[in-house]
Design a protein around this ligand. Structure first.
Ligand code: KIV
Length: 291
């Protein structure tokens, strides 16, 4: 897509836009971003929403899990994303321990995403145990996106990054949690790494849009971690990811070419260099000669 063919004169996407898309059977498109340039590109490509995910911890900050990510990390990156995106609905991901300890802390931290981070909504992980926090945040006028299935902040409780909802009792619990989150006022629900037919069932039962990641084609929308889609995160790629580029290798090749050009005297060439007017140069030389 060339810059001139980017979608123009779009309306800002809101939670109502996502709801309307579900009702009209139009798929919802979301990607993660953590900084300005990527947010700008995603927005120009016309996606509905940008999630500033706490996947930040793994794909940008290099942690093994999302657990070390702090509120200050999230707010810092949300600010950069919000400067890059004009149209997309911006969702900030509440990090581990920013909403679990008390309802009051959950509301205050959710508020920071809108007040300081420039976000339009927040996302948080968990089922029925999160209802008091979700109700209080929604009650404060902050749109909440839920997140069920593989919830990475519970990685130690889940025994690793493993698919969820694969047994009938686990699947039933997930359906009940989804209904409860909708009832509590969530505007949307992320379903991560669960069987495709379970995700389709939940999507059919809920009025609010579901957003799948590793949950098959039956969801109302899809989200991927941008670093996975671009092939930027080399450590591992989940099976459900479709790679649209191989930027890690392209970057490494570009960096090696830069190094070789310098070592071989090819860069900088004349076209990469500045000159000064001849008279100025001559004046300088005369002055230096007289000293
Ligand atoms: O943190 C994140 O990027 C997420 C998505 C995987 C949904 O929660």
């Amino acid at each position: 897509m060339s810059a001139s063919s980017y979608p123009q004169n779009r309306n800002r996407v809101t939670t109502l836009t996502l709801q309307r898309k579900k009702e009209q059977g139009q798929p919802i498109t979301i990607l993660t971003a953590y900084e300005y340039a990527t947010a700008l590109a995603i927005d120009r490509a016309g996606l509905d929403s940008i999630l500033v995910g706490d996947s930040l911890g793994m794909v940008v900050l290099g942690y093994e899990t999302t657990l070390p990510v702090t509120m200050d990390d999230m707010i810092h990156h949300c600010k950069a994303v919000s400067r890059g995106a004009q149209y997309a609905l911006l969702i900030g991901d509440m990090p581990f321990m920013s909403y679990q300890a008390s309802v009051e802390e959950a509301v205050r931290n959710a508020g920071r995403f809108l007040q300081e981070g420039g976000m339009d909504a927040i996302k948080l992980e968990g089922g029925r145990e999160r209802l008091p926090a979700i109700e209080a945040i929604v009650g404060a006028g902050i749109p909440v996106q839920g997140h069920l299935g593989l919830t990475p902040q519970s990685v130690h409780q889940l025994g690793g990054f493993r698919a969820q909802g694969k047994t009938a009792p686990a699947a039933r619990r997930l359906v009940e949690d989804a209904m409860a989150l909708q009832e509590a006022g969530c505007f949307s629900l992320v379903l991560e790494t669960i069987p495709a037919r379970l995700a389709r069932l939940v999507s059919e039962r809920l009025k609010i849009p579901t957003i799948g990641i590793g949950a098959g084609a039956g969801c109302d929308g899809q989200v991927l971690v941008t670093h996975d889609l671009l092939g930027l995160f080399d450590r591992f790629t989940p099976r459900f990811v479709k790679k649209y580029a191989d930027l890690h290798n392209e970057m490494a090749q570009a960096f090696a070419a830069f190094k070789a050009d310098i070592e071989n005297g090819v860069f900088p060439a004349e076209e990469h260099s500045l000159d000064m007017p001849d008279e100025e140069w001559e004046t300088l030389m005369e002055e230096l000669d007289q000293e």
